[in-house]
Each structure stands twice: as C-alpha cells, then as structure tokens.
Design a protein around this ligand. Structure first.
Ligand code: ZN
Length: 68
C-alpha cells in the first residue's frame, strides 16, 4: 500500500460514500484531523474525526479503502 491511494469512505451499511482520498507518503505522518466534523451527504450521518496517523490508515484499510 506504500505510495498508494486510500479512499476514505462512510462505513454505514449501504452508504459507502467517498469523503476524501489520501495519498500515502510513506513517512507515517500524523494527520491533524482531530475535531473535524464531517457530514455524510448521502446517509446524513455526522461524524467527528479523531487523531490518525498515516500508519493507522494503512493498517486499517482493506483493498485501499478506509471506512470511517
Ligand atoms: Zn454515509
């Protein structure tokens, strides 16, 4: 998955809306997303992002998709 792209998508069943793409840098940077609120325009779910590191996104993704 290094230097690949991770799609960050809504995890709700039958939603799967794409929120954003993340391009892996290979440097395990810390992503300062803490406190950012996202609203899924499709299922209307509101979620607040936590502190993530690049490594977390890579490790918790499957087939290039991270569900949040
Ligand atoms: Zn959704």
């Amino acid at each position: 998955m290094e230097n690949g792209k991770i799609e960050i998508r809504c995890k709700r069943h039958n939603c799967n809306r794409l929120f954003m793409n993340y391009h892996v840098t290979g440097e395990n940077i810390e992503l300062n997303l803490q406190g950012i609120e996202l609203k899924c325009e499709k299922c209307k779910r509101v979620l607040r992002m936590k502190r993530y590191t690049e490594q977390m996104l890579v490790e918790c993704s499957a087939d290039g998709v991270f569900r949040i």
